[in-house]
Design a protein around this ligand. Structure first.
Ligand code: DCP
Ligand code: GDP
Length: 251
């Protein structure tokens, strides 16, 4: 059984504001703890889908990107190392992100959890294998043109990581975060000229990870251009593994 499950739903990936309440903790008790991963390219809706799953099923949404961002200001060794890579728009080396994630998972060994953004490479997947047996891997398969459109319309609140989209979930007031009133920014790497290279990099790293999970029979792929259309299928799949604490409806 792996360490690691839930921790707080990532505060930064709320898809709707005002923020949803924290996931209702599901008592671990005798049942097996759910170990799930959501894979998908940048903009595929991992954060959006994870946030919904976390709320409906009371499990913890663990975003490696968010942990990384939080570690940057912490004065720790991992944060200092990660910063050098993130500043240059690079992926953090496997051993750095793996160490960070193992520590977070260790804290959550008694909870159900769902990983977003990790593993991203085969090396990370193997490290995860060393501490747990995954039950479920969800892969979001979204056309390139859709990803490009979504990312160019994504705006974030840097301090919290809250994500908006000018079409899908716009802020109440254009350009400002609903909760703090602080300005929203567009990530440099969400600009159209950066997106193609980023998606290529993602594909190269993710392919062997998907093959690994496919060969184990735990990979579930969902294709489409709209999160709201994919969501009922994801909800049904999760419901077959863990009882929902909230109904599917409402996005
Ligand atoms: N396993 C991981 C996860 C994240 N990162 C780094 C590179 C990412 O650019 C940054 C932020 O991660 P996010 O998951 O928040 O964002 P992504 O870059 O993956 O983009 P997206 O949110 O669009 O999927 O952290 C990394 O190096 N290794
Ligand atoms: N137009 C549109 N935007 C979406 C949809 N699903 C998610 N988004 C937005 O697309 C962007 C990327 O989604 P996000 O969850 O951040 O994806 P991630 O990069 O895979 O974590 C965000 O701005 C979301 O609000 C959708 O079905 N339609």
């Amino acid at each position: 059984m792996c360490p690691g499950g839930a921790g707080g739903a990532r505060p930064g990936r709320l898809t709707r504001v005002p923020p949803r309440s924290a996931p209702v903790p599901v008592p671990a008790m005798a049942s097996k703890l759910l170990r799930a991963v959501v894979l998908g390219p940048p903009g595929s809706g991992k954060g959006t889908v994870c946030e919904r799953i976390a709320r409906r099923f009371g499990l913890q949404h663990l975003s490696s990107g968010q942990f990384l961002r939080e570690s940057l200001g912490g004065g720790g060794e991992a944060g200092a190392l990660a910063q050098q890579y993130l500043e240059r728009g690079l992926l953090v080396p496997d051993h750095v992100i793996t160490r960070l994630m193992m520590a977070e998972l260790e804290k959550r060994r008694e909870q159900h959890w769902l990983l977003d953004g990790f593993p991203r490479t085969l090396g990370q997947a193997k490290a995860l294998d060393g501490i747990c047996q995954l039950d479920l891997v969800i892969s979001l398969n979204i056309p390139f043109e859709t990803l490009k459109d979504r990312l160019s319309a994504r705006w974030v609140h840097p301090a919290s990581g809250r994500v908006y989209n000018m079409d899908f979930n716009p802020p109440h007031t254009q350009g400002v975060d609903d909760l703090t009133g602080e300005p929203l920014v567009q990530r440099e790497d969400d600009r159209p000229e950066a997106v193609a290279a980023r998606l290529r990099k993602y594909k190269d790293a993710a392919k062997p990870v998907m093959e690994l999970y496919k060969s184990r029979g735990i990979l579930h792929s969902f294709s489409g251009t709209e999160t709201n259309k994919i969501w009922p299928y994801v909800y049904t799949l999760l419901s077959s593994r863990i009882p929902p604490v909230l109904p599917e409806e409402e996005h």
